[in-house]
Design a protein around this ligand. Structure first.
Ligand SMILES: O=C(O)CCC(=O)C(=O)O
Length: 267
């Protein structure tokens, strides 16, 4: 699926824009299903917490800023099961991680019109800690992105230094969403990666990234999907301990590795 130069760019930069992974028809179906999930299942909240909000937004914007989100879309919609197992997408993942690839999660990130939440600089590692770098997140784009609606932005090459400590408490000592110090990591120094609906932007679990607020009158609809090498052990965070679907290849058995347990009496 990917050329040698695309794989080399991912290794050097820590991110890769892969155009037209989904066809126009697939995008249409995924949009319909996503809009249904937004109406029937997703949470609409002020979004990520922390003192960073007052650095990125003035008080009036901060009060109305919103994020529409939910996890594991394929538990609710077969179209999303087809999306996360799409052979073009999993083929690209197997070029970056492979040959064996396990699905870890999917997460909807919809920035609503005018109030859609900016994201402070962070590594996704802070949300689901894994032992090594064999974890790729992809952003499936269902809308064209640009500066006005908050396209994804990366600190080029930042994955090479590995996992970093994140802020997880406010100055007042309350727990908050993990993020990097706003006086050391600046969105202004990042590379913008605008993309078209149907494109995928892949990045390493260690690549530092963020995005600006959505200032337009339309939703900015993106779904993040995480894939890992099945031997990359997760120690903490989102969905820790939960096995994922194998989407490419096999899960190789470790020495004396038990089968996954089944809840309740098994026959
Ligand atoms: O949706 C965005 O703009 C940012 C997404 C993000 O930071 C993430 O998925 O980790």
């Amino acid at each position: 699926m990917l050329s040698a130069s695309q794989v080399a760019a991912y290794r050097d930069d820590g991110f890769l824009h892969i155009p037209a992974v989904f066809t126009a028809d697939e995008v249409e179906e995924l949009r319909r299903e996503l809009d249904w999930l937004i109406d029937d299942w997703a949470s609409k909240s002020p979004g990520w917490t922390g003192d960073w909000r007052h650095k990125y937004m003035d008080d009036a914007t901060e009060r109305k800023s919103k994020l529409v989100a939910m996890h594991d879309l394929s538990f609710y919609s077969v179209a999303w099961l087809r999306a996360v197992t799409n052979p073009r997408l999993t083929g690209a993942m197997s070029d970056l991680l492979g040959p064996d690839v396990e699905l870890h999660h999917s997460t909807m990130h919809v920035k609503p019109p005018e109030t859609g939440h900016p994201f402070p600089m962070h590594q996704d590692w802070a949300f689901y800690q894994h032992d090594d770098e064999r974890f790729v997140d992809v952003l499936i784009h269902l809308d064209d992105t640009r500066h006005d609606n908050g396209e994804i932005r990366f600190l080029r090459g930042s994955h090479q230094a590995g996992a970093r400590e994140h802020i997880t408490r406010t100055k007042a000592g309350e727990p908050c969403t993990p993020h990097l110090p706003t006086d050391q990591f600046h969105l202004a120094e990042t590379v913008a990666v605008p993309a078209r609906a149907g494109d995928v932007v892949a990045f390493s679990i260690h690549t530092i990234h963020g995005s600006y607020i959505n200032q337009t009158e339309e939703n900015r609809r993106i779904v993040r999907v995480g894939y890992r090498h099945p031997d990359n052990r997760q120690s903490a965070g989102q969905s820790v301990g939960r096995p994922g679907l194998m989407v490419r290849g096999r899960r190789r058995r470790g020495v004396d590795q038990p089968l996954f347990s089944v809840a309740g009496p098994a026959r």
